[in-house]
Every structure is written in C-alpha cells, then in structure tokens.
Design a protein around this ligand. Structure first.
Ligand code: AHR
Length: 617
C-alpha cells in the first residue's frame, strides 16, 4: 500500500497567558545627526544655503552676483575683516558699482537645490547688514529661475552704517508650486553692503520660529518614536577636536553661533542647536538621549584622561544642566534666557560615539572620568558606554549594526541567549543596507525580522534606533546610502523600511508572550506582545519568502477572542520594489479587518510581507 503523506500546515502557537518579559517602554526611537543634509537642506526649515557665507571650503559658491538690466555692475567678495559679532567675524561684501531702478544689482541664493514656493504662503526672513550708504533700501525677492517672475517681494529700508539685524516677510499669491526659485537681495544705486546670516523660512511645524519642515516632522510623528539620540554619530565627534559638537556654540541668538564643519563634508549652520534638538523632542513627545563629547575625534585625535580632559567633563555637566537645570542654575538660567523656561526630561546620557575606533585605547580612562563626574552630580542618570569598558560597569552599552540583508537575517536571535546580568543594550544605530538612497523592500523585510528579535529581547534592549534617518536625494545630497526617509526641496517620502518601522513602533504591547513558529520555511519571523490592561494581543509576522504562507494560529491561555481583528500589511511583488521621490507611495501599509472565529484560526501571510495582527481577547 503506498503511504499517503499529508503536508502539515505550519503553525504559530502563542501562549497569551504566560508573559516572559516586560517590553521596554522606550524601545523604539530616532537617531540623528548632520549627515546627508539632514538639518541644513533637510529638517531644519532654513531655505537659504550658507546663510553665514563663505566659511571653509564652500567659499561664496552659493552666493552669485545679480546684475539685471543693462547698467548694473557688482562684485561679491568675502570680507574677513568685518562681521556682525565676535562669533561671526567675516561677511559677504557686495560692491555695487552701478545700479538703478531698471538695473538692480546684488546677490542671490538658490537654496538647497531650489527654494520651495507655494501659493498664498507667508515666508519670514532676516539678515544682518551694514552699508557705506546709510539709508539704503534692499529689495528681497523670490524669483523663478527660468522666467524671472517674482513670487513675492519685500523692501527693507534704511540700512545703516553699523551691523544690525533686519527682518522682512512676504506672502505669495496664486503661484504654481515649484522649487525652481532663488532668493535675491538687490539695491538700485551704487553702494557697498556687507551681508551676513541671510535667512528665509516658510511655514514650520507647530509654527515654531526658526523651526522644522512640516512634512518631515509629520513623517517622524507618524513613527511614534519614544526618544531622539542626539547629536550623533560622527557629528558629535567631528574630524578634529575643534570640530566637535560644542553645545555652547550652538545656543542663543544665531549671531552668537560661529557655525562649524561637520565630518560629512559640509559646514553646519548650527541653526539646529542644542535647544532646537530639545524642542524637536518636545514637539514629538520624545525624550532626548543626550550624547556628550568624550574626548575623541575621528582623525584619531584624543584627549588623555586626567586634567586635560576635565574641561570636556565640565562641558558635559554644563550641557546636562542646560537640559535639566532649574532657573537658579548657571546653565538652566541660560536655557531660560534662550526662551525655554521648563527643564527637559532626561534619563540617558551617552559618553562619546563608537569609541572602539579610538586606537589609543584611551576610552576606559575617558569613560571612567565622565562616569564618575556625571554620577556624582546626577546619580539618577543612566550612562551609556559606546563600547565595552574595563573597570566600571556601564548602565548600558550602545551596539551598532550596519548589515547586508543576509547578515541581518543571521543577526536575528543574537540577543536571545545574551547575558542578562551585564549592562543593558542600546542598539543606537542599525540598518539593513540595501537600497540607495533609501532601503528597498528586501531591506525592510530584514529590518522587520531584526525588529522581531529586538522586541522579543526588549527586557535587555532598552532602546533601538535606525540610522541614518534622513537624506536629501539631490545629486551630492547624500554621503551615506540607505537612509530611512528621502526628500528634496518640495516633498518627501518614506521608504518601505520607514513604513515597517512605523508599523512596529506604533503597535506595542507591554509584555512579551511566547510565540512559536513550527513547520515554516526559513525567513518567516514573529514576535507577540500583549497589553493586559487593554486586553490586546499584537502579533508581528514577517514573511520574507516569495510565497504566501498560511499558518494555523492557536492562541493558548485565552478563553475568548473578539470576532474582529485588525491586520496591517506592507508587501510588494518583488524584494527590489521600493518607494522614491517620484513614486513615494508604491509600497504603503494596507489596513484590513479580519473575522476571527475563536482562539484557533488560519492566517495567510502575503509573499514578501510585514504584518501586524491586532486582536482583542
Ligand atoms: O550613521 C552613519 C555613521 O555610522 C554614524 O555617524 C557613525 O556613528 C556610524 O559609524
């Protein structure tokens, strides 16, 4: 008699009444730094490129001369002998040799790959200036690159002989939306004018003056992140010690911020300074995870532990005080003066970044010095080491993983058997690096598989953040490929991985419950959490195979399941499928309602899919 083999249906058994661990309430957050024009030319709403002109390698490239009509003549130079403040000691000297009403002359700025112009929109701006012709009027306009049509114009009268800040604003009419514009500053008579800190903002998120771009903030809000790791990354360290993120030079009026080179080959305006980072946290209900400079910069420069490091330890203490101190403290008072009376919540401070790359081996000593000083003043803070250290047990270690798709799958399970008696883990940077500029579906599937394992181990992994977060997709806008969200001057899009992360971050229980797959092929992953108060079970399922997978699901330990459940699915036809600036919504999550007959039911997972199943029990 031939033997008749009946293929067993793969199963998913979930033991709803036997939680194994608490989910970290801070598990998912954001990591950020000035890379890929993330702030300048990205999230930070400034529309003028190099608003402090001509520092470093950029020279005056972004400030060409304007000579209109037949009779204008102008020279634009960098003047390193005069600037508006002790912090900004140079300026752009605009020598108008000939100009009249019909032939205005001056300078222009094309923004970050264009200036976005929208209909019926108010723009606010400012600049610092002085002139040898007191009483001079400067006309500021938004001009179309091709037609020269002006979408909006403002005049700023009575420029004086001494450095002063001037403000302007204008509102567009019924113009077409386009990024094909530049800003001009012109005069109509011969004069020499020195300009600095030329600025222009469109509408910002929550109308913060000098605030953030709305579409990008909305995308980040859609992720429901719990924290923001700031300000880097390599950006914290700088290539050289004097190029580190020095918080004291990023606060207060812009005119007191000297700007500084980022290690990603352009200069930072520092408009996104420490307070702006904190307000970004406030706007999205996130907590800052504050990384403090710890005496190592990328070109193998370090400061020996001991007295030489003391000033940097003091800077870290001052920075923490700026974030958390009351008005009676030196740096808390500074924050109040900068316009933010309330202190910010702070639980985690990270000491340095990727200090395993410091070949001198000085991190043990540097970490110990920071640790002792910070714990002495702020014993409640959890201190993060960037690599394992000897001598002191850090509260948390920051592990970074940039992986190919294959290697990311191999990493799933890495923490399943990890020591629970050592420091907690912060996965402060992680990404599957497939897709350029942004991850494709293959990367999103591996990212989701990895998230199932981080979530399962979130008794150990207290926080995790993908990196890099943002990229400007224009030519030369990106320094590091595979970034979560892409944008140009006008619009932005989320990659498939963005949507996978938004799905995971927004659906979280409070306890992990055992979820066991049997009989599934490789590359099917799951994690389940429950919220006992809300009587909710959240099952995350990743099918990274090219075939649909039907699972026989059993929810054990529950008497009843609500007849309707929610399913959210992100899927695509091929692993190479992706979103782009021209096709932003090729892959987006789809929400459907399922009828659930009881604690045992079949569930089919689409090929190449990330799924969230939310049930009430
Ligand atoms: O995310 C890009 C870079 O990767 C970060 O700046 C650095 O910390 C890591 O090496």
């Amino acid at each position: 008699m031939p033997l008749c083999l009946v293929a067993q249906k793969p199963t998913l058994a979930i033991q709803v009444d036997k939680p194994t661990a608490k989910v970290s309430p801070t598990l998912y957050g954001l990591m950020t730094e000035e890379i890929n024009f993330s702030y300048d030319g990205g999230l930070y709403g400034e529309l003028v490129r190099d608003r402090v002109p001509g520092r470093g390698w950029d020279s005056l490239n972004n400030w060409p001369a304007v000579m209109r009509g037949a009779h204008s003549s102008v020279a634009v130079d960098l003047d390193s002998r005069t600037g508006p403040s002790a912090a900004i000691t140079h300026s752009m000297k605009v020598t108008v040799k000939a100009a009249d009403e019909k032939s205005p002359a001056g300078v222009e700025n094309a923004g970050y790959w264009g200036i976005p112009v929208r209909a019926n929109t108010t723009y606010t701006g400012s600049f610092w200036a002085k002139t040898d012709q007191p009483g001079l009027t400067v006309t500021v306009a938004l001009e179309n690159n091709q037609t020269g049509d002006k979408a909006a114009t403002a005049t700023v009268a009575d420029i004086g002989k001494e450095w002063k800040e001037y403000k302007y604003s204008f509102t567009t009419g019924a113009v077409e939306t386009s990024a094909n514009n530049h800003l001009t500053l012109t005069v109509t008579k011969p004069a020499t004018i020195w300009f600095d800190l030329v600025s222009l903002f469109g509408p910002t998120y929550k109308n913060r003056p000098g605030g953030n771009r709305i579409d990008l903030m909305e995308k980040l809000a859609g992720m429901h992140p719990k924290f923001l790791r700031l300000p880097g990354g390599n950006y914290l360290e700088g290539n050289h010690i004097n190029e580190r993120f020095n918080f004291k030079e990023t606060i207060g009026p812009w005119v007191n911020r000297p700007t500084h080179p980022s290690p990603w080959n352009y200069r930072s305006s520092d408009g996104m300074g420490l307070l702006e980072f904190l307000e970004w946290c406030e706007d999205l209900n996130m907590e800052p995870v504050l990384a403090v400079y710890a005496g190592y910069s990328l070109e193998q420069e370090h400061i020996e532990p001991g007295p030489a490091l003391d000033p940097h330890v003091q800077d870290a203490l001052d920075e923490i005080e700026y974030v958390t101190g009351g008005p009676e403290t030196r740096w808390g008072a500074e924050r109040v003066k900068d316009g933010h009376p309330a202190a910010f919540p702070l639980h985690y401070v990270e000491i340095g970044n990727e200090d395993q790359f410091d070949h001198s081996g000085s991190y043990n000593g540097r970490f110990a010095q920071f640790y002792k000083a910070i714990k002495a003043k702020y014993p409640q803070l959890q201190l993060i080491a960037t690599t394992p250290v000897n001598g002191i047990k850090p509260d948390v270690i920051d592990d970074h993983y940039y992986k190919t798709t294959e290697d990311m799958y191999a990493l799933v399970g890495h923490y399943d058997k990890a020591d629970r008696n050592g420091p907690k883990i912060f996965v402060g940077e992680w990404a599957t690096r497939e897709g350029d500029p942004t991850p494709d579906l293959a990367a999103a599937l591996a990212d989701a598989a990895w998230m199932t394992s981080m979530e399962r181990n979130s008794d150990l992994i207290v926080m995790a953040s993908y990196a890099p977060l943002l990229t400007n997709v224009n030519p030369k806008g990106m320094q590091w490929a595979t970034d979560l969200i892409g944008y140009n001057a006008l619009s932005s899009y989320g990659s498939p991985s963005y949507y996978a992360q938004a799905m995971f971050y927004s659906h979280m229980g409070t306890e992990v419950v055992p979820a066991t797959l049997s009989g599934t092929p490789e590359r099917v992953y799951t994690v389940a959490t429950r919220d006992e108060t809300a009587r909710k079970l959240i099952v995350k399922l990743v099918n990274a195979t090219g075939e649909a997978q039907t699972l026989a699901v059993s929810l054990d330990g529950v008497a009843k399941v609500a007849p309707q459940a929610k399913l959210i699915t992100l899927s695509g036809k091929s692993p190479n499928a992706t979103n782009s600036i021209d096709n932003p919504s090729a892959l987006v999550p789809v929400v459907s309602t399922l009828q659930i007959p009881g604690p045992k039911f079949d569930q089919t997972l689409a090929p190449y899919s990330v799924n969230i199943l939310e049930l009430n029990y």
